[in-house]
Design a protein around this ligand. Sequence first.
Ligand SMILES: [Zn+2]
Length: 57
Amino acid sequence: MKVICFECNKLIGEKTPFSDGGVTHTICEPCLKKTLDRLRDERRHKKGGHHPVTSTS
Ligand SMILES: [Zn+2]
């Protein structure tokens, strides 16, 4: 069966059983890196972007 990246739909390879014409999804290395970077970025943004408004002028 074919192994396809669910992020970019790139064909990564094949795995047993080869007679099975189905598709299984995984993530390729570039997309994994991108996803990890994005997650780290989002977390940083969330942390740094939250400023409670305490002063009113
Ligand atoms: Zn990919």
